[in-house]
Design a protein around this ligand. Structure first.
Ligand SMILES: Nc1nc2c(ncn2[C@@H]2O[C@H](COP(=O)(O)OP(=O)(O)OP(=O)(O)O)[C@@H](O)[C@H]2O)c(=O)[nH]1
Ligand SMILES: [Mg+2]
Ligand SMILES: [Zn+2]
Length: 295
């Protein structure tokens, strides 16, 4: 029996779990070793008998989020996403370079991004300098930056409203609260995780697999495992420039086309750094990500 329109909700190395139209999970395998590997969020044609299931085809993707593996080769993480939600918290402290990596990814794929400042019950009364820099950055680049927590009533209401009917992927460091947010936005999530464990034979505490959940008010939410970094070797320097519009703009106003922005005369970047128009930390991160993506 063949079916269309299944949703891949988890994809492992050798199999994936497909939710059929009624939400029931089926463990499915690719037809062969060379078949393209489905990722979380894929729509697939699939079939199953009493003992096993197979993926016949992956339906065309609207987009595909990839990150570099340990050698920098792109690996699929999730597909068909409306918005990347970068979750940060006072604890563990935000990593500005990691946030920038997600901004670059969002520019490269043209997927809107939102920064969610979580665990506000733990936030200091006076925002840290890093937090203020992020606020300025988001404001200048039109990136929504919202805050809340699961400890306060309606703490996630702004996130829910700002992303109504969208398919979100929650990303960020381990322990910032992605799974807690998932649980708050999708009350059936823990039951679902139980079903996934039963079907795939794995238990879990911290999130170990990128997982799709239907949101009760429409749209979907993908919870992903926490990361330390996000390799972007497979992207181009254009995506980095798009994520740092102020710096990219300055580099176009240097006197020399091949300016290396060091000690050259009339370097617009050095002038911007001297006047404070360009943030020195941001400049170092731009250099680092340009280097990584130009190889
Ligand atoms: N104070 C406070 N703690 C929170 C809040 N939200 C979550 N936590 C706690 O933060 C810890 C980590 O939460 P998780 O949701 O597991 O974090 P995660 O981002 O899914 O972590 P990984 O799966 O490892 O990536 C847990 O102990 C939560 O109870 C919050 O709003 N305020
Ligand atoms: Mg988690
Ligand atoms: Zn220059």
């Amino acid at each position: 029996m063949g079916e269309t329109g299944g949703r891949v909700i988890v994809s492992n190395r050798n199999h994936c779990l497909v939710a059929d139209s009624s939400g029931t999970l089926h463990r499915c395998h690719p037809r062969s070793r060379r078949s393209p590997r489905p990722v979380c969020g894929d729509r697939v044609d699939w079939c199953a008998d009493a003992t096993a299931g197979w993926i016949d085809a992956i339906q065309p993707r609207r987009n595909l989020i990839e990150r570099g593996d340990f050698r920098g080769r792109p690996r699929g993480l999730a597909a068909n996403i409306d918005r990347i939600v970068v979750v940060i918290a006072p604890q563990p402290a935000p990593d500005a370079l990691l946030i920038d990596r997600y901004i670059v990814l969002s520019e490269a794929l043209d997927i809107p991004l939102l920064v969610w400042g979580h665990k506000q019950d733990l936030a200091p009364v006076t925002p840290t300098a890093a937090m203020r820099a992020l606020e300025t950055r988001c404001e200048r680049q039109g990136i929504p930056l919202l805050m809340g927590s699961i400890m306060t009533d309606n703490g996630l209401a702004r996130l829910r409203t700002a992303t109504r009917h969208e398919t979100l992927i929650l990303v960020g460091q381990s322990g910032v609260g992605k799974s807690s947010i998932t649980q708050a936005l999708v009350p059936t999530a823990s039951r679902r995780i139980g079903e996934i464990s039963a079907t795939s034979g794995q238990g879990r505490h911290t999130t170990s697999a990128t997982t799709w959940f239907e949101r009760p008010d429409g749209g979907a939410l993908i919870d992903s495992p926490g990361v330390r970094t996000l390799r972007l070797d497979h992207l181009t320097t254009d995506a980095v420039d798009a994520a740092y519009p102020d710096i990219a703009d300055a580099t176009r106003h240097c006197r020399f086309n091949d300016c290396r922005h060091g000690h050259e005369p009339d370097c617009a970047v050095q002038q911007g750094l001297a006047s404070g128009a360009i943030d020195a930390d941001q400049w170092r991160r731009w250099q680092r990500l340009r280097e990584e993506t130009s190889g």
